[in-house]
Design a protein around this ligand. Sequence first.
Ligand code: ADP
Ligand code: MG
Length: 380
Amino acid sequence: MTTAAGTKAELEVVGLHKQFNGVPVVNDVSLTLRAGEFLTMLGPSGSGKTTTLRMIAGFEHPDRGEIRLRGQDLTALPVYERGIGMVFQNYALFPHLSALRNIAFPLEMRGVGRTEARRRAMSALEMVELGSQAKKLPKQLSGGQQQRVALARAIVFEPDILLMDEPLGALDKRLRETMQLEIMRITREVGATVVYVTHDQEEALVMSDRIAIYNQGRIEQIGTAQDLYERPTSLFVADFIGESNVLTGHAEPGNGVVRGATWVADVPSSATVTGSGPVSLVVRPEMLRIASGAAPEGRNRLEGRVQEAIYLGGVRKYTVRVADGSLLECRVPRTGTESVLDPGDEVTLSWHPDQVVLLPAAERAEPAERAEPADAGAAA
Ligand code: ADP
Ligand code: MG
């Protein structure tokens, strides 16, 4: 929210650590949010998102690290003095109070007069477009409406920071999509700086100015949706945001190539390889070209056979088994002139070297269909 001086809140988290029973669950998390920014924490279950949020809110005390609001250290401040609003997945509304009173009650508890509390509660309800439902009990409202009441209750304090922990997790897909847009509209209108938690990548892509990818208590990468999708810095991020084909080979710095068991690829011009260790090339399915027939000799191509051809309306999706046995996915926009391939067809997959991302070949559990080629072709 805008303060009297018109300056905007800014949140800084510096070197946050938290252990439970000796196990680190938040491990050196740092973030800076611009005023009015919408940041989403995205990551698998158990990766430490909720714990980070609870430390920012003040429900949990960090073992180490600082949380600053516009430069002021919040770490020692209790929850109610932080100027932070919070919305959870389970709306936690009082079942025996009307929508209006659910919102007015916490204001009254903090000494706001009854008339003023109700006036402000009504204005928050109107903001979430529930002005006409003020007298309803939670059970008379739909899940989406209840979540709007919870949102109204969080913004009625005019918090500088709004924290939302999977607020749409309990709603069906359709309603979730509507509410995503609603939350974006409302948080913009009130000018709040938002930290939003989800494990739904689509939701993160739709809503966020920036996304922080969580993995095992750490922020693996933080950036815009485009940064993360086009320039992932690890296989974890490449896998987590969108689909990816991963080709593993060995770098040959002298030749500017990566050599796999059955292919040779140019190193993308954005990348530099120094050592000759194992590396991975990440190729997004829409960047993989597919053509009928065997490949002529050359770089940046692979031969294979169509295993599956699926018509998805706007795109055709092909799964292609290549020589080392792995399956690659390829998406071709349906233009009306694209060639149509069938299972069993012999094909060549190719890519532009600058449309792949080169990453260190991190150790990870490979999905079965992405069997890594053996060490073949190491260093010429
Ligand atoms: P996420 O929100 O990303 O799913 P959480 O922050 O809820 O992850 O949890 C991270 C890890 O910390 C999990 O392994 C969880 O079991 C553990 N954890 C969270 N809160 C507590 C607690 N109060 N006591 C013990 N372990 C906890
Ligand atoms: Mg959580």
